[in-house]
Each structure stands twice: as structure tokens, then as C-alpha cells.
Design a protein around this ligand. Structure first.
Ligand SMILES: [Zn+2]
Length: 191
């Protein structure tokens, strides 16, 4: 399984959180990161493929010291991406979501937490996520701490979306070979 803590990320090139977080037309959202401490943040090394007309992530089969042949998708040149599936509670919508973020977000979370939420639990701090426009006209998200009210994890809605099987598909090398050969298909047990 290609899963690792934040400190090792550099070494790799709806309901209960089933839905994905986004501003969706809002300028600002107030959120809490559903973590006690930074060590709970986990990155995933995945491949992005198309399955049934949809983009899906598949777990990369390579461990840190494995060669490229260990994972058929790597071998065929499908780029490995680092993903963070960040559990957040959207206070404005009163809903738990998964925030699908890329590699750079790991470092950003580290900085945010060390600056604003040094006192655990991390979920005690409410953050404002705002869509901003820079001088060049490009939009970006600013994330700023609002306040810390000491809220604990068990006082917030539970995040229950499983990463493996739901957000990231786990496939064997044989199933990947089949996908590569026939496309859009993972053996008999296609999902
Ligand atoms: Zn791979």
C-alpha cells in the first residue's frame, strides 16, 4: 500500500465525507480540519485512470524502494501523483466532506497548523477558506484561521469515508495488466 505520513511525502514522486469539498459558488467557506494532530495527515501515491468514463484513482503498487516493474501502471508511464484526502467539516453547510488535494497541500497544511493551530486538537480551530484573485488575475484559495474555541473531534460530525475502496481503488498487478491490455476494465470484478 502506498500510504505514508506527511514527513515522508517528499519521497514519492456527501455523507460521512463521501462528497468532495469545494466553494461551489461561495466566496468563503468556514471549515474545520477533522484531525487531532498533524501525524494523522496521510498522503497517498496513486495513479489517475479513466474507468467507465470517470476519473478514478488507483493505488500505486510500488513501495519506496521498489523498481518501476513492480507496478504495471508505473511501467507504462502513468505518472504517480501524491494526493491528500483531507477530511473537513463545512460549518456553513453543516456537512462533512473530503478535500481532494495535491502534493503541495501537505506542506501547506504543515505551515497552517504550525502557524495557527499549534495547540491541539487541530479541529479546535475554525478556518476561513476564501477565493481570492491575484494581480495577474489568477484565482487561488486563501486559508486563514478565524478562532480556536476548543472544540474536540467527538463534538463534530464523524468522517467515515474510507480511502481505500472508495476514493482509491486497490488493484493487483494482474488486474492492472488486464486494464492496460483491454482498457476501461479490471478483470471480472469491474467496479
Ligand atoms: Zn505505480
Amino acid at each position: 500500500m502506498a500510504r505514508f505520513g506527511l514527513d515522508r511525502a517528499e519521497q514519492f514522486g456527501g455523507q460521512g465525507g463521501a462528497g468532495f469539498f469545494g466553494l461551489k459558488g461561495r466566496k468563503t467557506a468556514h471549515i474545520r480540519f477533522l484531525y487531532n494532530e498533524i501525524s494523522e495527515v496521510e498522503g497517498y501515491a496513486v495513479h489517475e485512470i479513466e474507468l467507465g468514463g470517470k476519473k478514478r484513482y488507483v493505488d500505486c503498487l510500488r513501495g519506496e524502494h521498489d523498481g518501476i516493474d513492480k507496478c504495471p501502471l508505473c511501467r507504462e508511464g502513468n505518472w504517480v501523483q501524491v494526493k491528500y484526502f483531507v477530511p473537513v467539516y463545512d460549518e456553513d453547510l453543516d456537512q462533512v466532506f473530503t478535500w481532494d488535494r495535491g502534493k503541495a497541500f501537505g506542506r501547506r497544511l504543515e505551515k497552517l497548523f504550525s502557524k495557527y493551530a499549534a495547540e491541539e486538537p487541530l479541529c479546535a480551530t475554525s478556518f476561513a477558506v476564501t477565493k481570492e484573485t491575484n494581480d495577474e488575475g489568477a484565482t487561488y484559495l486563501s486559508i486563514k484561521a478565524d478562532y480556536n474555541d476548543g472544540t474536540e473531534l467527538d463534538e463534530l460530525p464523524e468522517y467515515t469515508a474510507p480511502v481505500y475502496g472508495k476514493l482509491v481503488l486497490e488493484k493487483t498487478a494482474e488486474e492492472m495488466e488486464e486494464y492496460l491490455e483491454y482498457g476501461d476494465y479490471f478483470g471480472e470484478d469491474a467496479c
